[in-house]
Design a protein. Structure first.
Length: 292
C-alpha cells in the first residue's frame, strides 16, 4: 500500500459484487460549485501514478477523483482479471455517480490507455452524464499477433480468469528513465491480464469503432505517435471517423511526434499539460477562480 497523499481523502467503495474499490479524492476549500474530473489509469498500473495530473487539475480549480480499477492497485479483485465483460463499466458508473453527489454539474473524465478505451465506451453509451472527455493514448487498437489472439480465444473458454503476463515492462512508457525505473519498482504495478479482461477489451474496441460518431460531448484526444504499447493508428482511425461526421466539431486532437505511451510522463510533458489547459479554457470548463 502506498503512503497517504497529503490533502486527499482516501476510502473504499463497494462495487455491486462486493469488490472494494480504492478511491482518492482531491477536494478544494470554498468550492461548492467547482467542476469535477475523474482520472482513470491504464492496464497494470494504479491511480497513485497520477498524483501530478490530479494536482494540475486541482490548481485549475477542479475537484478531482482518482480510483484504482478492480484487480489493480489498492482495489480488491484478482490482478488483471474481471468477472464479466461489463464489470469495469458498472464500477465506473458507481464511482462517477458517487462523485457527482459533490458536484453541481456533470464531471469530466481523463482516462489513459485501457482506461481511455472503457471511458470512451462509457461516454458513447451515456451510462452517466458527463461534461467532457480527455483521452490519453487510448487503447483503441493493440499490437497483437495472430498466435496471441488464438491463445486468448482458447483461454477464454478453458481458463478465462487465469491471468498471464502481458509483456509490458515499462521500457517504452516514457523517454524519462526515472519514470521507467519508478514503474518497474512500483509494488502496486503488475503485468498480468486474463482472457476475460482481454476479450472485454477487444469487444469494447469493436464497439468504439462501430459507434465513434455517437460521441456527443466535447473531447480531447492525445495521441503518442511513437507509441509501441498500443497502436496509435486506432486513435487516428477514431479521429478520422468522428471528424467526418456531424459530431466532428466536438473532437480536438493533439498528436505528439516521437512521444512514447505516457504523454503526461514524457520529457516534454509540459507541452501536453498546456494543451490540456488551453482546451479546457476554450470549452469554458475552467472556473473563474482557477489558476490559469
Amino acid at each position: 500500500m502506498t503512503a497517504h497523499v497529503e490533502h486527499t481523502n482516501e476510502f473504499f467503495l463497494d462495487a455491486v459484487d462486493g469488490t472494494s474499490l480504492f478511491i482518492r479524492d482531491w477536494p478544494l476549500e470554498h468550492s461548492e460549485h467547482a467542476p469535477g474530473i475523474v482520472i482513470m489509469h491504464g492496464l497494470g498500473e494504479h491511480s497513485g501514478r497520477y498524483v501530478h495530473v490530479a494536482r494540475f487539475f486541482n490548481a485549475l480549480g477542479f475537484k478531482v477523483r482518482s480510483f484504482d480499477l478492480r484487480g489493480h492497485g489498492q482495489s480488491a479483485g484478482a490482478r488483471g482479471d474481471i468477472p464479466d465483460a461489463d464489470a469495469i463499466l458498472r464500477d465506473m458508473r458507481l464511482v462517477i455517480h458517487d462523485f457527482s453527489k459533490q458536484l453541481t454539474q456533470a464531471p469530466l473524465i481523463l482516462a489513459h490507455s485501457m482506461g481511455g478505451l472503457f471511458a470512451t465506451r462509457f461516454a458513447l453509451e451515456g451510462l452517466t452524464p458527463l461534461s467532457g472527455l480527455i483521452l490519453s493514448s487510448p487503447a483503441f487498437s493493440v499490437h497483437t499477433s495472430w498466435l496471441e489472439k488464438c491463445l486468448f480465444k482458447v483461454s477464454r473458454v478453458v481458463v478465462p480468469h487465469l491471468a498471464v503476463g502481458h509483456g509490458t515492462n515499462g521500457r517504452y512508457l516514457s523517454h524519462d528513465s526515472e519514470v521507467v525505473a519508478a514503474y518497474q519498482n512500483d509494488p502496486l504495478v503488475h503485468a498480468r491480464i486474463s482472457a476475460s479482461l482481454f476479450q472485454s477489451m477487444l469487444t469494447t474496441m469493436q464497439y468504439v469503432k462501430d459507434h465513434a460518431t455517437a460521441l456527443k460531448i466535447p473531447s480531447l484526444l492525445l495521441i503518442a505517435d511513437g507509441d509501441v504499447v498500443v497502436n496509435p493508428q486506432g486513435a487516428k482511425n477514431f479521429q478520422a471517423k468522428l471528424q467526418a461526421s456531424a459530431n466532428g466539431h466536438l473532437l480536438q486532437t493533439k498528436i505528439y511526434p516521437g512521444f512514447y505511451h505516457e504523454v503526461f510522463n514524457e520529457l516534454e510533458a509540459l507541452t501536453v499539460f498546456e494543451d490540456v489547459r488551453i482546451w479546457l479554457d476554450q470549452q469554458n470548463f475552467i472556473p473563474d477562480e482557477g489558476l490559469v
